[in-house]
Write a protein that binds this ligand. Structure first.
Ligand SMILES: [Zn+2]
Length: 373
């Protein structure tokens, strides 16, 4: 349906005819459905076909809005043909399709039947639509649209600056250093092993196919674990802080070209996006610190700029005020200060020669390992 609709519009465009309206397109394709070679379209719910067209219409609207400058952000490309070989496949049922969750917790889908579901959480209200997704690893997901009542969170006092670093996933201006949790590191290790196993298999062999499926699954698990960690950490930070500041990653990218890993960069970007939308959702301030703020060159205690330091220098003493500074925490405090947030610099200070004491603080930031300097 999506491809048929796209073809109709492309042909109209190439023939110099006016844009085929949504209603016109729907009527034309309904007529096509009657053709004998399209009889199989009757095997699926009509709502799925309508929703495919709705997707196409939305893709066109986004494209036009982007082309005319009404839509901000990166340029949107015109809709492209879909393939049954696409790595991700999805269908959507709206309330009109009369899908339902049965008393025993199965998902009843029209013309599909009752599907067993492993629920990740209770639905907070009656869903208005459900999208069934098949991902690259061959797993099926049901994603519901529900209405929830997420008012602003209670007022929290502190403000927090966040430095996304190499030695830790994140370092906070209050001195906390957050490493990737065990479950994520385990998933990433398994992924690396699966990739190594794949590279040893002979091209075109059946074992190679099997190994490839294993890599896809390990990939999916690591991605899920990573997303889970990002959700937990961003939720905790937004809950506990009135304002959150983070450095623009474009800047970080420049500073770390040699050490940069694209996976890590993508992870940070996803994490920062979560922080941003959760802040908006819960009425918290969110700041992104722009270019040319030298967060690692400035003493967070007295503000003196004493120039860049090589990466192996993890702590130093400020030549002006004498404060001992931890590199990562100092940067996090500077991020908060650059956002105009009043934050204490003492988090950045370390005792000379002191090794950071480690202790667990389960409860504040679930499942993530914390070290307190
Ligand atoms: Zn100083």
């Amino acid at each position: 349906m999506f491809n048929d609709g796209l073809r109709v519009r492309q042909e109209a465009y190439e023939a110099g005819l006016p844009y085929v309206t949504d209603a016109d397109l729907s009527a034309r394709l309904t007529a096509c459905k009657a053709a004998p070679e399209r009889a199989w379209l009757a095997d699926v719910s009509a709502v799925i076909l309508q929703q495919s067209l709705a997707d196409l219409n939305r893709a066109y609207r986004n494209f036009f809005a982007s082309a005319t400058g009404k839509r901000k952000g990166p340029k949107v490309a015109p809709p492209r043909f879909r393939s049954r070989k696409d790595r991700r496949q999805a269908i959507r049922f709206t309330a009109n399709a009369r899908f339902a969750v049965t008393a025993v917790g199965k998902l009843r889908l029209p013309k599909v039947g009752d599907v067993p579901v492993r629920w990740s959480r209770r639905l907070p209200s009656v869903p208005s639509s459900v999208t069934v997704i098949l991902d690259a690893a061959g797993r099926y997901f049901a994603s519901f649209v529900v209405e929830t009542d997420s008012g602003p969170l209670p007022t929290a006092e502190p403000v927090v600056g966040i430095d996304l670093g190499l030695t830790h996933f994140a370092v906070l201006s209050d001195g906390r250093k957050i490493a990737s949790p065990q479950f994520l590191r385990r998933a990433e290790k398994k992924l690396r092993r699966a990739q190594q196993a794949l590279s040893r298999k002979q091209r075109g062999s059946r074992n190679r196919d099997k190994a490839r499926v294993k890599v896809a699954r390990a990939h999916a698990r690591a991605a899920d674990a990573r997303r889970d960690f990002h959700h937990q950490l961003s939720a905790a930070l937004i809950r506990d802080s009135q304002a959150v500041a983070v450095e623009d990653l474009a800047v970080k990218g420049l500073a770390r070209t040699r050490l940069a890993k694209s996976v890590q960069d993508a992870g940070w970007r996803a994490f920062v996006r979560m922080l941003e939308y959760k802040a908006r959702l819960h009425g918290r301030e969110f700041h992104r610190i722009g270019r040319f703020v030298p967060t690692s060159q400035t003493c967070s205690a007295c503000g003196v700029k004493d120039g860049p330091k090589p990466l192996h220098v993890r702590a130093w003493q400020c030549q002006r005020c004498g404060a001992w500074l931890d590199r990562d925490v100092n940067a996090a405090v500077n991020v908060a200060k650059a956002a105009g947030l009043a934050v204490s610099a003492c988090g950045a200070q370390v005792r000379p020669g002191a090794t950071p004491a480690q202790r667990n603080e389960a409860g504040t930031l679930p499942k993530s390992r914390q070290e307190v300097a």
